[in-house]
Ligand binder design. Sequence first.
Ligand code: S6P
Ligand code: ZN
Length: 185
Amino acid sequence: MIDTKVNIATGKLTGGGVVNSRRTIGDLKNVFLHEAVRAAMDPGTVVYEVQSHEAVPQGTPGGLFFGTSNVMPGQVGGEYFMTKGHYHARRECAEYYWCIEGTGALILMDEKGKCWYEPMAPGTLHYIPGYVAHRLANTGNTPLRVGACWPSDAGHDYASISESGFTARLMNVEGKPTLVPCGKE
Ligand code: S6P
Ligand code: ZN
C-alpha cells in the first residue's frame, strides 16, 4: 500500500495493488443506442480504462476501493463514449465520484427508471446514493478522468442494465449534450 501512488493531477495510479481494465468498442456490444453504428466501428478503439486500488479482497465487508476511470472522447451515432453503467450488487451501497480532468456527465437512474445527469468538470464532486445506477459519459474533446471511492462489498450488477438499459441517453444534439428519453434500437 505504501508504494502505491496517485498522481493528483491525472488520477493515474502506480505501484502495488493496482488493477487495470479496459473496454473497447468491440467489448461494448448492445451498450450504445445505435448498435449497428458501433458494430461498424474499429473494434480496437478504446472507450474507457479503469484503474482501481483494491486493498482488501472483493466482497470484504467494511472495506473501501479507490479508483480512476478514464473515458476517451468520441461518439457512437451521436451518443457520447460512456461506461457500461451498473447498479451495485449490494444496492444500498453508495459511492463518491469527483472529476479530475475533462468535461462530461454522470448519468444516474433510480430503480423506477427516472434518469437524470450531473455535469462534470474539474473539481465537481458527486455523491451517488444507494439504489441508483450510474455511468460516465465524456462530452468533451479530451479524456474525462474521474476518481471514485466505493465499498469493497458493493459489487457490480451489469445484468439489470443490459436487460432494460438506461431509460435515457446522453446525445449530442446540435452540439449540446442532451438527455434523450429512449430505449434501444
Ligand atoms: C465502481 C465504480 C467505477 C466503475 C467504472 C467503470 O463501483 O462505479 O470504478 O466501475 O467507472 O464503469 P462500469 O460501469 O464499466 O463498471
Ligand atoms: Zn459503482
